[in-house]
Design a binder for this molecule. Structure first.
Ligand code: ADA
Length: 578
């Protein structure tokens, strides 16, 4: 399942999950040898979706790899090939023909093939996971450089007229009323002009019948505007959702929305007009056995663990996470911070204005918003993490990114995470400011107080005196199982103590609207024996998780749970002891 609900009832779809032929192209000779027409006869087989690094003998390969599978069609059909996520560069070939190229990693892309003939078709993908100076993320980054087709590949069968896009927007006009707008983008692959019936449904109830006329191979847009007066809002404690379905001739599409407002006032974030205090964690969608191809089953358990510890929010560090995950958050009323992988701690300012990098960043942001626009759980679009926001280049990039986000979506808050809270020049550009600061880890804990004082003053100077502030990263490493009588660095005890003190400090600052502990689970780091980066990461993991990489709790989990749930007994976690 890609979503927790069925998006199409009429449109047929086949998932190409399974074993694909696979070969590394270490010397990058595949293009000149035309592997898209002559796939090497000696090859491996590898699961899709998956990261190749989790297979034996392939752990640290970064580079070009080729995949092949076959698609059999009983009859001639129009097809849509939908790639939910391929790491890095992807070139797609259908029966030897180049269908197109996509750069990215965590967002979907697609190709349509009108009148694909019946029979067996060869589908080949050339991927390249190499990170460099203008990739997202930058090549020096604190997570493992996984490669591969990490999310499903779908073959959809399209009728002549199909729904290319559905966009639902609304303006709340009262507590339980809204003006709703459903916009359809339709496309025809027919040789003849066509008229098709169109119906709209809300939770399976017909709300409008209409029709659309399309010229031969033409496109059109159709808009339905209605005033609804019986709405229940999406609230964290009662996350009411509405299924909106459009049926156009023989095609259909369902999406799901929730009605809510989000705004800021005097340093506060208001959801449905009520003040929010955010209690959160940072979550990488990563696991040592699956890499980024995170299984749905584990997401359910992960969310249970996160909710049980009293979180009402998750920061999706540092890239667009699975749609399935976002669906779960929508259903359970957990708020989400979503971002693209501009990870800047080691990203020199002078490289952040590389035109190719900027173009890729804008495209990825655009694709993320397009994909996730309807999720009520998403409150924040974050445009970058820890870039050098003391520089003019970062300022210019922030302007471009915030303009893009605001032009696409005014129903959410635009934000970023700064690692330079005392010297940042971009503070005035955002709706919300996130601070990443590692007092007690990379420097003394006492520095938090001084930092916050200088930072709050700086907000006044930079026109951010009313902007809400979140502590988006803080914490320290605790190696699972390392406990003792003294709070040594890297012990569970030190980590728990540090988080407890930090949380108490932030929670007593009325100018801070919430906290995201770094991080939920330990994650693989990118350590290489010949490179200097991240040498303090024991076991080649970032050990700042509240749970280890297999989601086993550390002392810090119980301590943070105690604070977030206001419980005196943080060990009360559903024991079955009689
Ligand atoms: C940064 C970064 C995280 C992680 C963290 C750390 O703030 O955003 O991805 O690398 O530091 O553990 O140092």
């Amino acid at each position: 399942m890609i979503r927790t609900f069925q998006q199409h009832r009429l449109r047929e779809s086949q998932l190409l999950n399974g074993l694909w032929d696979f070969v590394f192209d270490k010397d990058d000779i595949g293009l000149s040898e035309k592997w898209h027409m002559n796939f090497p006869s000696i090859h491996d087989r590898i699961p899709v979706p998956a990261c190749w690094n989790n297979e034996l003998g392939k752990y640290d390969y970064e580079g070009v790899a080729w995949y092949r599978t076959w698609v059999t069609l009983e009859n001639s059909r129009h097809l849509r090939l939908l790639f939910h996520a391929v790491m890095g560069h992807a070139d797609v070939y259908w029966d030897g023909q180049h269908l197109g190229y996509h750069y990215g990693g965590f967002t979907p892309f697609d190709f349509t093939i009108p009148n694909a003939t019946s029979g067996i078709h060869e589908l080949i993908i050339r991927t390249d996971s190499t990170l460099g100076h203008n990739t997202l993320p930058y090549h020096i980054v604190d997570w493992f450089h996984y490669g591969g087709i990490i999310r499903p590949v779908e073959v959809q069968h399209l009728p002549d007229v199909w729904i290319e896009n559905m966009r639902i927007t609304y303006d709340m006009t009262g507590d339980s009323s809204a003006n709703v707008r459903i916009q359809l983008k339709l496309h025809s692959m027919s040789e003849k002009p066509t008229e098709v019936p169109v119906s709209f449904y809300r939770n399976n109830e017909l709300i409008q019948n209409d029709s659309a006329y399309l010229s031969n191979k033409g496109s059109t847009e159709l808009v339905l505007e209605q005033a609804w007066s019986d709405i229940q809002r999406w609230e964290p404690e009662d996350p009411t959702l509405y299924m909106i379905r459009a049926v156009v001739g023989q095609d259909d599409r369902t999406d799901r929305i929730g009605f809510r407002t989000v705004e800021t006032r005097d340093k506060k974030i208001l959801l449905n007009g009520k003040e929010l205090y955010l209690q959160g964690i940072n979550r990488h969608e990563e696991h040592p056995e699956w890499g980024f191809a995170f299984p749905n089953k584990l997401m359910t358990k992960e969310l249970d663990i996160i909710r049980q510890m009293g979180c009402n929010t998750v920061r999706g560090s540092h890239y667009p996470q699975s749609e399935y995950w976002l669906d779960l958050l929508d259903e359970q009323g957990v708020l989400f911070w979503s971002e693209i992988p501009i990870w800047g701690a080691a990203f020199p300012a002078k490289e952040t204005d590389d035109p190719l990098f900027v173009e890729r960043a804008m495209t990825m942001m655009d694709e993320m918003i397009e994909r996730d626009f309807h999720h009520p759980s998403i409150l924040f679009w974050s445009v970058h993490n820890e870039i050098d926001t003391r520089s003019q280049q970062a300022y210019d990039l922030s302007i471009k990114m915030t303009e893009l986000v605001r032009s696409k979506d005014q129903s959410r808050l635009v934000t970023f995470a700064t690692m330079h809270p005392m010297t940042d020049i971009c503070l005035g550009l955002f709706d919300v400011i996130g601070i990443n600061y590692y007092g007690g880890w990379y420097f003394g804990h006492a520095e938090f107080e001084e930092m916050l004082e200088v930072f709050h003053e700086r907000c006044n100077q930079y026109g951010a005196e009313h902007t809400p502030v979140l502590m988006t990263e803080f914490g320290g490493a605790g190696v699972h199982g390392d406990t003792g009588w003294e709070p040594r660095l890297f012990s569970e005890d030190y980590q728990a103590d540090l988080l407890s003190k930090s949380l108490k400090l932030f929670r007593s600052d009325p100018k801070i609207s919430g906290t995201y502990v770094w991080q939920f689970a330990d994650t693989r780091g990118q350590l290489q024996s010949h490179l200097p980066h991240f040498r303090d990461r024991a076991r080649s993991f970032n050990n700042k998780g509240l749970v280890n990489e297999y989601r086993k709790p550390k002392l810090a989990y119980r301590v943070v749970k105690g604070i977030y749930t206001d419980q005196t007994d943080p060990y009360d976690w559903g024991s079955t002891l009689k």
